[in-house]
Design a protein around this ligand. Structure first.
Ligand SMILES: [Zn+2]
Length: 322
């Protein structure tokens, strides 16, 4: 998931959202069905998981917006692509991929939850407490040709890599655009989300577009960090929005499909807009970051050594690409 959002939400009462789930694989789709159909209350842990998964909207919000019958139909539709026995096999494969980032340390188990949240999100690391997968994301869509089994492997590989980084004490620190240098925020994001994406065996279809265009994006990031005025930054943003890789991605991932209006933004707002463009909706930074990891491995570096050297190395990796 997007780190920025996660950090924002952490400020809003994370203590109350500490999970007490044992480390195993859960199917929360059945209690959700009972909640929707018979009004059977959800367990406290289930409610917490849903709030950690989607902090801005509750399932009741969605019921109110779309109507209960429609939400039940959506759950039934998504359930066609979810088989809990198969899902548990896919989880094992995903975990073994995450283990690759450091084979010397056994990855500690954590709760892995399959849930149903209409509309919002595919998979999340629940603020470092586990891994949640929305079965709604297992339905076939234009953005991915993967089977549900392949999707689960990739989601688990990605989110478990975040959790394993935390265990290894290599997770990048929270970032605030107001108090931290933008460079640090972008480089840390490229490092961590680049690694989690690199570990995924299959990706959304815009991944390849950004990897092919990685040199442009690396140059653009460098150009932005050197730019000292709003006019230059406005020009860079406009160039980005006209880029073929951006258009491909936007068509797939944006609900409106339209680029946001960039007029009359001050420099701080432009910085935020640039960061959001790189990082939201599975944006370019995930895939360009993955490209940078791939390059480092191709140079003969051991993945484990790269991981254990930490995110401060990203600055050097970018310079090597220049
Ligand atoms: Zn992530």
């Amino acid at each position: 998931m997007l780190k920025q959002e996660e950090n924002n939400r952490e400020r809003g009462g994370r203590d109350s959202l500490d999970l007490n789930l044992e480390p195993k694989i859960y199917d929360f789709t059945q209690p959700t069905r009972e909640y929707l159909v018979n009004d059977t209350p959800l367990s406290e842990e289930h409610e917490k998981v849903l709030r950690l998964f989607e902090g801005r909207h509750t399932i009741d919000d969605v019921i109110e917006e779309r109507g209960r019958d429609r939400v039940i139909k959506e759950l039934e539709e998504a359930s066609k692509y979810f088989d809990f026995a198969q899902a548990q096999e896919a989880v094992k494969e995903g975990l073994s991929l995450a283990q690759r980032i450091n084979p010397d340390v056994a990855i500690e188990l954590f709760p892995i939850v399959f849930l149903f949240m209409p509309r919002y999100g595919d998979a999340k690391a629940l603020h470092g407490q586990g891994c949640a997968i929305n079965i709604n994301a297992l339905k076939p869509t234009k953005v991915s040709n993967d089977t549900p089994y392949q999707k689960i492997i990739s989601y688990v590989a990605h989110e478990s890599t975040h959790l394993f980084l935390k265990q290894l004490d290599k997770k990048t620190p929270p970032f605030s655009i107001r108090t931290d240098p933008l460079e640090k925020g972008i480089y840390d994001f490229l490092w961590e989300e680049g690694l989690t994406t690199y570990i995924e065996p299959t990706h959304y279809r815009h991944h390849e577009a950004f990897v092919q265009d990685a040199k442009f994006w690396i140059g653009t990031i460098q150009g932005w960090l050197k730019a000292g005025d709003s006019m230059t930054k406005e020009k860079i943003l406009k160039d980005c929005t006209e880029r073929e890789s951006t258009i491909t991605w936007f068509e797939d991932m944006s609900s409106s499909g339209k680029v946001p209006n960039l007029d009359r933004l001050n420099e701080e707002e432009l910085d935020l807009m640039f960061l959001r463009m790189l990082t939201e909706m599975n944006g370019p930074a995930y895939h360009v970051g993955s490209y940078l990891w791939q390059k480092q491995v191709e140079k003969g570096n051991e993945l484990k050594d790269l991981v254990m050297s930490g995110s401060d190395e990203m600055k050097k990796w970018i310079q090597e690409e220049q």
